[in-house]
Design a protein around this ligand. Structure first.
Ligand code: NAD
Ligand code: MG
Length: 382
């Protein structure tokens, strides 16, 4: 088990659940970061006494500095602050629970500082998968998945005899709040309806990604980088109950699944204690109480974001970064009530068709693709 962690995005859904796990396991916390929520961050600082606290917004960082004068915690801001939290000496693992591409550079810097990573921030791998995985290999660090599907696959893979024995990864998808709906039924869905996820309580961005099923598309790309399989070795099956968190099939067609109640504290904890198992705050799964476990094919046509992610993966280079950047922008515009639900997929599709794809060998190339995709979406909705 780790002794000390740095938590990037500590005020979010994954961040707060990480602190819950850390407290119960007596893991010390050496850095905390937030975008702007200094009320919650202050409470976290007083409880965990980290060396460093980062508030992305400079003005809020100044306010926090005043408020916590009586503590020994140092306050920083901006990307510089996030990078300091990622590289901090005392951490033996950095848990990245930031949302969006903003997590890419801190992840790379943490890896270069020889830190192991517990990664919830899937956008990092979607946009910069090759950069991150090359850096992980070069620096000899470990990257542990936190995303529940990928943690499930990681757990199922233990005991794999050799590289060739893995035939398929089968990611489960809840289907989100709009499962079974037709395109015309989706035309006028509201933000409140899209935010009403049936099984998971998560941050707003990923909740909308679950409604469009972009989340599953991003997870296909995430699985591709994490587990070194070909794109066509990754399948998706809709499983409404979110009890089976994902599966793998070996070449003898034996299927291994990981099950549990839908509670992110299990995968978070496993990323921090691997290969150990400890008691957890999560409830016990009682299958006799679960009436039914259902499985069905996803609707790739209505939920085209999934297909677009597959397409981007096949194209390669910066195509996944373009899809991700376009989606981050379209997702935000929908949450700001500036576009309709189905426009999210349309905008991502148009960005993939129109923004030039380049190699994704350097951080600068990935950041440029992300920027161009965002600009494309913004100009398309003007
Ligand atoms: P969230 O919105 O609840 O929290 C995000 C955190 O990042 C907050 O602490 C916020 O202050 C910080 N942040 C946001 N934008 C920032 C910026 N521009 N600069 C600096 N800090 C910023 O999100 P979440 O639901 O906890 O998700 C975090 C990541 O984990 C996402 O990539 C998501 O896809 C992934 N994930 C989440 C869940 C879940 O159950 N919530 C499950 C699987 C994967
Ligand atoms: Mg997931």
């Amino acid at each position: 088990m780790v002794n000390s962690i740095s938590v990037l995005g500590s005020t979010g859904s994954i961040g707060t659940q990480t602190l819950d796990v850390a407290e119960k396991l007596h893991i010390s916390v050496c850095a905390l970061t937030a975008y702007s929520n200094i009320d919650l961050l202050e409470k976290q600082i007083r409880k965990f006494r980290p060396k460093l606290a980062v508030v992305f917004l400079e003005e809020q960082a100044q306010k926090l500095k005043e408020r916590i004068k009586d503590t020994k915690t140092c306050v920083m801001s901006g990307m510089k602050g996030l990078i300091s939290a990622a590289e901090i000496d005392s951490a033996d693992i950095v848990l990245n629970a930031l949302v969006g591409m903003v997590g890419l550079e801190p992840t790379l810097r943490a890896v270069e500082a020889k830190k192991n990573i517990a990664l919830a921030n899937k956008e990092t791998l979607v946009a910069g998968g090759s950069l991150v995985m090359n850096a992980v290999t070069k620096n000899g660090v470990h990257l542990y998945p936190v995303d529940s599907e990928h943690s499930a696959v990681f757990q199922c893979l233990q005991g794999r005899p050799d590289e060739k024995s893995l035939k398929k990864i089968i990611l489960t998808a809840s289907g989100g709040p709009f499962f079974g709906k037709t395109k015309s039924e989706l035309e006028n869905v509201t933000l409140a309806q899209a935010l009403n996820h049936p099984n998971w309580s998560m941050g707003a961005k990923i909740t909308i990604d679950s409604a469009t099923m972009m989340n599953k598309g991003l997870e296909i790309i995430e699985a591709y980088w994490l587990f070194g399989v070909d794109a066509d070795q990754i399948d998706v099956v809709v499983h409404r109950e979110s009890i089976v968190h994902s599966m793998i099939m070996y070449r003898d067609n034996s299927v291994i699944a990981q099950l549990g109640l839908p509670d992110m504290r299990i995968p978070i904890q496993y990323a921090l204690t691997y290969p150990g198992r400890f008691e957890s705050p999560t409830g016990e799964l009682d299958l006799s109480q679960v009436e039914n476990l259902s499985f069905s094919k996803p609707d790739y046509d209505t939920f085209k974001c999934m297909s677009l992610c597959k397409k981007a993966l096949k194209i390669g280079g910066t195509a996944p970064a373009i899809v991700n950047g376009a989606n981050e922008t379209a997702n935000r515009l929908f949450r700001e009530d500036r576009i309709k639900f189905l426009q999210i997929g349309d905008l991502v599709e148009n960005a993939l068709e129109n923004v030039a794809v380049t190699k994704a060998d350097t951080l600068a190339q990935v950041l440029q693709a992300d920027k161009s995709a965002r600009e494309f979406v913004l100009s398309a909705v003007k």
